[in-house]
Design a protein around this ligand. Structure first.
Ligand code: BLA
Length: 298
């Protein structure tokens, strides 16, 4: 079929993921172009074999649904797809990230919790208790990817798929199936979501989303590649005004107010991705979604 040694074929693309996800969304709600769409529709790259595709929408209940794919023919393929609800809802954030090179695919697929599920048991119960079967369905084919930036864990849910795969056609199919399962679940939650009534709750949701956006806008692992492909200035704009749009409008707290452990003596943000280092060799949640930590490190 795709030739080579079962690696990336010419037909391989994350565009289909995006296309079908948008189709599914349109079955349930009316998507309108998001204001960020216009500016980022055409992104100029430093390398002419590289194609960026950026789309963003909003809809009732959905503050921002946006996707970025990067394609280098027979080489790197990137998917960054996310959906954020309006702050009136405490919905998890849909998060699908895949970085595929001829060597491997690095994947995070999750309904990122708005509130840390170890601390907020009620939130875990509300959204994840019924979803645990999803992780059993995929734990064999999409196994835990090994040690990970420790700080990332608080943004992950007990059903997170964190995996590193050989970029074969078969693995790509499994990933597609998992992506669609997870996204359909998110759409269902969105459909069922009831608006929070108290101003206090809405403010809390807004701040939780802002904290998440602040983290990712500062520490996302994709940033160095974006910088290389489109330059530092354009990469910064893409991150703050498109991928994590809202970081400059949903709240006023700074990165260091949320994550003071990154403060350096001169008051600037430590450029290290992680202060703690990597950990969690194995999946740190049990079958019920209870956090069990790092069995390896004791
Ligand atoms: C690697 N991407 C990673 C890793 C994670 C993620 C966990 C492994 C390294 C680590 O432990 O940090 C993804 N981390 C996430 C996500 C969250 C998080 C989604 O905390 C959400 C809360 N990846 C992308 C995009 C690009 C990309 C858009 O999503 C490129 C444009 C690249 N990711 C990328 C590369 C690596 C990587 C090149 C390997 C290099 C590295 O580890 O820094």
């Amino acid at each position: 079929m795709s030739g080579g040694s079962g690696g990336l074929g010419a037909g391989f693309s994350y565009q289909k993921f995006v296309h079908v996800a948008l189709e599914q969304t349109r079955l349930r709600t009316a998507l309108a172009p998001h204001p960020s769409q216009e500016k980022f529709k055409f992104i100029k790259t430093n390398e002419d074999n590289t194609i960026f595709n950026a789309l963003s929408f909003s809809a009732p209940k959905i503050r921002l649904l946006r996707s970025l794919t990067i394609e280098q023919k027979n080489s790197v393929q990137v998917l960054d797809f996310a959906a954020f609800s309006e702050p009136e809802y405490d919905l998890p954030i849909f998060c699908a990230n895949a970085f595929t090179s001829p060597a491997r695919s690095i994947v995070v697929l999750d309904l990122n919790p708005l509130y840390d599920t170890t601390e907020h048991k009620d939130y875990r119960g509300k959204y994840y208790r019924n979803l645990m079967p999803l992780i059993h369905k995929y734990s064999e084919l999409l196994p835990w990817g090994g040690k990970i930036t420790s700080e990332s864990l608080r943004f992950f849910s007990p059903i997170v798929i964190w995996t590193i795969l050989e970029p074969t056609e078969a693995n790509h199919q499994v990933l597609y199936s998992a992506f669609m399962d997870y996204f359909k679940v998110w759409l269902e939650l969105m459909d069922e979501a009831v608006q929070g009534t108290s101003v206090e709750k809405i403010d809390r949701n807004r701040e939780a989303q802002h904290k998440y956006l602040t983290w990712r806008a500062e520490k996302d692992p994709g940033y160095p590649l974006l910088k290389k492909l489109i330059g530092e200035c354009a990469a910064k704009e893409l991150v703050r005004e498109f991928l994590f749009e809202g970081v400059d409008s949903l709240g006023t707290k700074s990165f260091l107010e949320y994550f003071p452990e990154y403060a350096q003596e001169d008051g600037t943000v430590n450029k290290k991705r992680s202060m703690v280092g990597k950990s969690f060799e194995t999946r740190p949640w049990d079958a019920h979604g209870q956090f069990v930590g790092d069995a390896g490190d004791g």
